[in-house]
Design a protein around this ligand. Structure first.
Ligand SMILES: NC(=O)c1ccc[n+]([C@@H]2O[C@H](COP(=O)([O-])OP(=O)(O)OC[C@H]3O[C@@H](n4cnc5c(N)ncnc54)[C@H](O)[C@@H]3O)[C@@H](O)[C@H]2O)c1
Ligand SMILES: O=C(O)[C@H]1O[C@H](OP(=O)(O)OP(=O)(O)OC[C@H]2O[C@@H](n3ccc(=O)[nH]c3=O)[C@H](O)[C@@H]2O)[C@H](O)[C@@H](O)[C@@H]1O
Length: 348
């Protein structure tokens, strides 16, 4: 009997382990694990795929509808015998034989998730239901990439996993925030009702190479603006805070969570906290001291502060982020310069 604990506390579920296919015991069977990554053509998903593919015992299947993701992010794996890419929308059912599911499919940038809010909520609710149904049928372990947005505009700081949040249920961000909250509920209901092995990561703002250049999120906006020599658009009041995690740290945290014994939810994020004004000043200093900052209007319900308490990730996963914001920004600058075709000018 496998044992699983929810954040090391009360509700322990004991259930029989999933029965692997008889082929798994054949010494001629090439992979030990078949892993499905939904949203694997996106920013975090494609980095996760790269890491999973490094292990020659893993076979990786990506499904993506390419709404915000791109085949380009995965092109180095095309034709690889352990890799498969399927164009598929998770709001439709899917039948594949897999052992683990990393469920990432969902637009993450506010401008994209607000573009078609009904589709966003369908992706979160119906998409997660479909992946849970699949996990149940094949006995797979499933990890959901939830978000710090489940804490809404938090009244507790920093945010611990026990905090229930302060979310507007009818606002323009609700399709995403409330969608992810329902997705978390569904995960726990399948866990309690059907004994499914679940993992929930609450991800805090993550940045790095391969973010869409016109993605609309703050780090990608500021870097693209600095490289193009445009003003950095600081949305009012500029004192709102975020904590930025470099993508390789995020991927490491997600894999540790999947491989460990804890259901979560577990915060995965870098606790270094910056105001948007500080972020703009840092980008300006590192990338282009000549660009001005420009104050612009904000969007409704923008959270005023956000910083993860990562005690649980440290204790239960042995995870701490390694890359600071000052170390991570230049990696992203390099990638953006290449894609924008603007090389760095070196002053002698
Ligand atoms: N990047 C962050 O800061 C952050 C923070 C918190 C949570 N997350 C979560 O992490 C996950 C990945 O985020 P990301 O930053 O890589 O975003 P992303 O937009 O780059 O990736 C999302 C991927 O999901 C795909 N997708 C969207 N809807 C789909 C659907 N209905 N069916 C199939 N595929 C679909 C997109 O095409 C894209 O490839 C998301 O679930 C997001 O909510 C991200
Ligand atoms: O960490 C999370 O849980 C969430 O983080 C982000 O959501 P958000 O923090 O709103 O992301 P941004 O759009 O990057 O905004 C961050 C801050 O930067 C500000 N901003 C944004 C863009 C810009 O050009 N200028 C600017 O000052 C916004 O007002 C906001 O206060 C992600 O995009 C969500 O998918 C994710 O779930």
């Amino acid at each position: 009997m496998a044992k699983e604990v929810a954040n090391g506390d009360q509700h322990t579920v004991t259930r029989p382990p999933p029965i692997p296919s008889p082929l798994r015991f054949s010494k001629f069977f090439q992979s030990n694990l078949r892993i499905l990554v939904t949203g694997g053509a996106g920013f975090i998903g494609s980095h996760l795929v790269d890491k999973l593919m490094e292990n020659e015992k893993n076979e990786v299947i990506v499904v993506d509808n390419y709404f915000t993701g791109s085949k380009d992010n995965l092109k180095k794996w095309f034709g690889h015998p352990r890799f498969e890419l399927i164009r598929h929308d998770v709001t439709e059912t899917l039948l594949v034989e897999v052992d683990q599911i990393y469920h990432l499919a969902c637009p993450a940038s506010p401008i994209f998730y607000k573009y078609n809010p009904v589709k966003t909520i369908k992706t979160n609710v119906i998409g997660t239901l479909n992946m849970l149904g699949l996990a149940k049928r094949v006995g797979a372990r499933i990890l959901l990439t939830s978000t710090s947005e489940v804490y809404g505009d938090p009244l507790e700081h920093p945010q611990k996993e026990e905090y229930w949040g302060n979310v507007n249920p009818i606002g323009v961000r609700s399709c995403y925030d409330e969608g992810k909250r329902v997705a978390e509920t569904l995960m726990f209901d399948y866990h309690r009702q059907h004994g499914l092995e679940i993992r929930i990561a609450r991800i805090f703002n993550t940045y790095g190479p391969r973010m869409n250049i016109d993605d609309g999120r703050v780090v990608s906006n500021f870097i693209a603006q600095a490289i193009r020599g445009e003003p950095l658009t600081v949305q009012a009041p500029g004192t709102q805070t975020r904590s930025f995690c470099y993508v390789s740290d995020m991927v490491d945290g997600l894999i540790r969570l999947m491989e460990g014994d804890n259901t979560g939810p577990i915060n995965i994020g870098n606790p270094g906290e910056f105001t948007m004004m500080e972020l703009a000043e840092t980008v300006k200093e590192l990338i282009n001291p000549a660009v001005p900052l420009k104050n612009v209007e904000n969007t409704p319900d923008d959270p005023r502060q956000r910083k993860p308490d990562i005690t649980k990730a440290k204790e239960l996963l042995g995870w701490v982020p390694k890359i600071t914001l000052r170390e991570g920004l230049p990696f992203m600058e390099e990638d953006f310069r290449q894609r924008l075709g603007v090389p760095k000018q070196h002053v002698d």
